[in-house]
Design a protein around this ligand. Sequence first.
Ligand SMILES: Nc1nc2c(ncn2[C@@H]2O[C@H](COP(=O)(O)OP(=O)(O)O)[C@@H](O)[C@H]2O)c(=O)[nH]1
Ligand SMILES: [Mg+2]
Length: 471
Amino acid sequence: MPAVISSLSKDQENNLLSLFSLVRLHLLYKASIHGFTAAAFHSRCDKQGPTVTVAYNAAGFAFGAYTSKDYTQSGEAVNDGEAFLYSIGAERKKPLRVGGISGQHAFTDGGHGPHFGALVFLHNDQPAVYSNPGTCFNFQAAEMHGDDLALTEFEVYRVEGLGDLLEKPWRNIQWTAEKRHQLMTSIQNYLPDIKTVNHARVLLVGPVGAGKSSFFNSINSAFRGNMTCQAMTGTAGTSVTTQYRAYTIKVGRRGGNLPLILCDTMGLEENADTGLNIDDVVSILKGHMKDRYQFSTCSSILEDSPGYKKHATLDDTIHCMAYVVDTSKVSLLSQKMLDKFTAIRKKANQLGIPQILLMTKVDEACPLVTKDLKNVYRSVYIQKKARQLSESLGIPLSYVLPVKNYSAELELDLNTDILLFMVLEQMLNYADSFFENQIADGQDGTNDPELYRSRIPPHGVLSERDDPKVV
Ligand SMILES: Nc1nc2c(ncn2[C@@H]2O[C@H](COP(=O)(O)OP(=O)(O)O)[C@@H](O)[C@H]2O)c(=O)[nH]1
Ligand SMILES: [Mg+2]
């Protein structure tokens, strides 16, 4: 499935956004891809909350209708005092905004295309608009659409209010160099409780383009002290990562390795037979997949595959799994994608592997965070997305961690590092829970005291790690 990309130019988008107070637009439906039919429109746009339609014609107009109400195909006339029609003409500096005629309804919520009385989009299931100024809304036809009623494109966006800043952040973070140093030290000094295990092994799983490879690059850069791009990243429609990689991370240029291995996978895709498949995830979780295994889209790894490690030890298994999701795309996760997450989650639960959720690209998701990353736990929008993600994946909110990867920067940044290190710290805490479970499991008679490390940290340095349960 090709990526669905908005046809709005930057200027048109800015003009459209100027009609609202602080909002984000999420493309729900694009007629040239999903079909110029009422059925295609309703399958993607019903019950989506506030939406705005954008119709394009060859005369250069982008025009449409906003409603704060749901489309539900109830067959009723819907009143909506907030609804308006608008037009962004090629020649006009400011967009035209037309409010509803007093006492009239805003739209008819039927099984046809969006029907705002004066403008009916997808008229007769065609790339066309029916124009009838004076019903519900009134305007000059030439001003609205230049009398060109054939559509070259038709899109519908969900309009999401960004809200404001919370007075108090929902998590307290010290944005200081000391905090950064403390996090770095405690991560470097980490040692798994089990003697035979030298690293916490964390698996990154998520849709294509969510920022899995970038997360590894960012952690690698932050510990190296300069930007690195060891893992290939990018924005192709399908996965840029096609190999399984178990990355170690160096501290400084010539320093030792961190006690952590980040495992990067091919992206999850909606279709059952493309992208990372569930059987491969299970093989990874159980420690059977060797580093650099080349994923195949047609079959999962087999016991006699060259990349299959037959005798996996506790050192090879995954100790914590991180689902990685692009914050702006949380509400666009399809049911198929959510089903894949659920299937993986079930397998990880069966194996007793703790799971966390990384919400990436918080800098792109909310302008208040773009302006200042320190707003990440004060942004109403980010908090809303975290709650939404927690609910749709059934993972408690305390396991949801917003993060910003390095993507275009040339230099490291204190606040970005702190947010990244907080995620690592949590990963290590949850890996600890996994090891503790192994200990608890052993207590029914098979407990081997030789299995566990004594609690003295390496080099006699006392770990400064926070209480694992506090996020
Ligand atoms: N602004 C921003 N861009 C990001 C972030 N994380 C990843 N990206 C960009 O998103 C694109 C896809 O990232 P990538 O790591 O390849 O995703 P993957 O498919 O999950 O491995 C790349 O162009 C990255 O530069 C982030 O936190 N902020
Ligand atoms: Mg990747």
